[in-house]
Write a new protein. Structure first.
Length: 325
């Protein structure tokens, strides 16, 4: 190999071994069912996993592997080439830190080293500023009004969270947004991005997938008499993940926001739903549009009205939306 630094000693790449690969990247579809089962059964102590990132050199290793991954020129990076990318001359010191990342964040292959799925997600979170960056925009008014009092809506982005309320402090919307997504964006653009993230999370949650960690979840519709942590007196959507602790809490109208029949109804009236803020449709903002029609199992009726035209829908206990005749 060429291009070594002065005083640096080139060494051959280490041969790959087969030990400690239970957490290998399985996204290439080559693992058989027994290997997949072994991966699924493995549980790693989060404190131990994050302790492996305690040294800045290890974070640099992950960054360089991510750079190689983005280049799409190589699947894996050899030991010597990776050491040069990171800029460490002491091969023993580099090997020690690289081995601390193996299995959880880095996979050793016949051709070198590559990120595991966990490694990819971790680097993405680091680059997005999820763990390290903050920032503030606003508070400032945006083009919307409070459904409760008619006052101007006011947005603020602080510590990775976008919040919208009105001048009278009525809460309208709140969602987390990685700092990298908010970089160089105006406050209205930040609000639009947060709403996009919210719509995607609602769709995933209703599909039984945690928006945060992708673990299985069970969406449900509850009213205040059944919910241990009521947010308002009307029935609402709750998605809680037992794996990561993430929660999605909102009105029943959130289920309609991502429903094809409701979206088609709005388009027929030249009012596409994605052109409205998530808190603006009447079926989200108006508590009177929601009525509990059955309790065992729970079933909620929602009236959607535009220009005198009416769409009657029912939301079942798991958030499924159906159109009523």
């Amino acid at each position: 190999m060429t291009g070594t630094h002065s005083g640096d000693t080139e060494e051959p790449d280490e041969p790959a071994d087969t030990a400690g690969t239970a957490a290998d990247d399985v996204s290439d579809g080559t693992a058989d069912s027994s290997e997949s089962a072994a991966v699924a059964e493995q549980r790693v102590d989060p404190a131990e996993a994050f302790a492996a990132l305690s040294d800045p050199l290890r974070v640099d290793i992950l960054r360089e592997l991510a750079t190689a991954h983005r280049a799409r020129e190589v699947e894996s990076v050899g030991f010597a080439a990776l050491r040069k990318r990171v800029g460490v001359r002491d091969s023993g010191r580099f090997r020690y830190h690289l081995n601390e990342l193996r299995d959880n964040f880095v996979r050793k292959t016949d051709d070198g080293y590559r990120l595991t799925v966990t490694g990819v997600e971790t680097v993405a979170a680091i680059l997005a500023g999820t763990y390290t960056h903050g920032g503030t925009l606003g508070p400032a008014p945006i083009d919307s009004e409070c459904s409760e009092c008619g006052a101007d809506a006011v947005a603020v982005y602080r510590d990775g969270r976008c919040g919208v309320s009105c001048e009278n402090d009525h809460p309208l919307f709140g969602w987390t947004l990685p700092p990298a997504a908010a970089a160089d964006a105006t406050l209205p653009e930040v609000v639009s991005l947060a709403e996009l993230f919210a719509r995607q999370a609602i769709e995933r949650g209703l599909a039984g997938v945690c928006p945060k960690c992708s673990a299985p979840v069970e969406p449900r519709i509850v009213d205040e008499r059944d919910d241990a942590e009521p947010v308002d007196p009307t029935p609402g959507l709750r998605v809680r993940c037992e794996t990561c602790g993430g929660r999605l809490v909102g009105p029943v109208g959130f289920c309609l926001l991502v429903d094809p029949a409701v979206e088609a109804f709005y388009r027929r009236h030249d009012r596409p739903l994605d052109a409205l803020h998530v808190w603006e449709p009447a079926f989200v903002a108006d508590e009177g549009a929601v009525e509990v029609v059955d309790r065992d199992p729970l079933r909620v009726a929602v009236e959607v009205t535009l220009d005198g035209d009416r769409l009657a829908v029912t939301v079942d206990e798991s958030g499924g939306v159906s159109v009523r005749d």
